[in-house]
Write a protein that binds this ligand. Sequence first.
Ligand code: SF4
Ligand code: SF4
Length: 115
Amino acid sequence: MTTFNPCVTCGACCASFRVSFYWAEGDDAPAGFVPHELTEQVNSFYRCMQGTNSPTPRCVALEGTIGESVGCRIYHNRPTPCREFDASIDHSNLRCDQARARFGMLPIIQVQEVA
Ligand code: SF4
Ligand code: SF4
């Protein structure tokens, strides 16, 4: 059985938005897990993944080529917004569609229709 995972050939959302989260998710806090050296402070409460606080964002943890083959080098320690960001498969996620469009990729639903 194969599982359709469009994210491994996409990565657009990791290079489209500021990825910010509560500062204590950083591993310099007692229960934190995100490598803090890959983050930067946004304000007193939030930090973000380095590289995403930019008009042309690209998370420092994103490896590979967008639209071809990508991976997250801190996948098991990625912050909450990454864990909660669903690909537009079982239900619509407009931000997934928007991110893909920035890199010239169709929404996943249309890719599945073509396949
Ligand atoms: S934009 Fe959508 S399909 Fe692409 S990596 Fe993000 S969640 Fe996956
Ligand atoms: S931490 Fe990983 S999943 Fe989250 S934006 Fe960066 S590369 Fe993408």
